[in-house]
Write a protein that binds this ligand. Structure first.
Ligand code: THU
Length: 135
């Protein structure tokens, strides 16, 4: 699964977004070393602050599927024109999976305008807090 393929899956995942409050739909797709792709969308709540980002939902799905590391690439697609980068909380969530497998995933951020931002997770979240800090 290449860059455009993973972005296309994230784009498709937006269709399932439950975002009646913000109206901003997000899809995320995670690619693992075994070839598996796990995708999800954002899930909002009438108690706004409880809303879940697409990346966090995808992370939880992947964990529940048994993934523990091997995260190679992430695509995020928002319904706005500009590329949609993962929020701070989602960067931390992604870092947990990355650290489990010692990978530094590529993150592709896309929007309806067609521009794509590409960065390593370590660039988006340098000096990430992790399990090692708890020792
Ligand atoms: N959102 C995501 O799904 N991922 C992010 O990284 C940033 C924001 C969602 C949360 C909320 O449902 C909507 O976008 C507007 O903030």
């Amino acid at each position: 699964m290449n860059r455009d393929g993973l972005i296309a899956i994230a784009h498709r995942a937006m269709d399932n977004a439950y975002a009646p409050y913000s109206g901003f739909r997000v899809g995320a797709a995670l690619r693992f070393a075994d070839g598996t792709v796990v995708s999800a969308s954002n899930v909002e709540n009438a108690s706004y602050g409880l809303s879940l980002c697409a990346e966090s939902v995808a992370l939880a799905k992947a964990m529940d599927d048994g993934h523990r590391g091997g995260l190679e690439a992430v695509a995020v697609h928002g319904s706005g024109d500009a590329p949609s980068p993962p929020c701070g909380r989602c960067r931390q969530m992604l870092a947990e999976m990355a650290q489990l497998g010692g990978t530094d995933p590529l993150v592709w951020c896309a929007g309806e305008g067609g521009d794509v931002i590409e960065a390593r997770l370590s660039e988006l979240l340098p000096h990430a807090f992790g399990r090692a800090n708890l020792e």
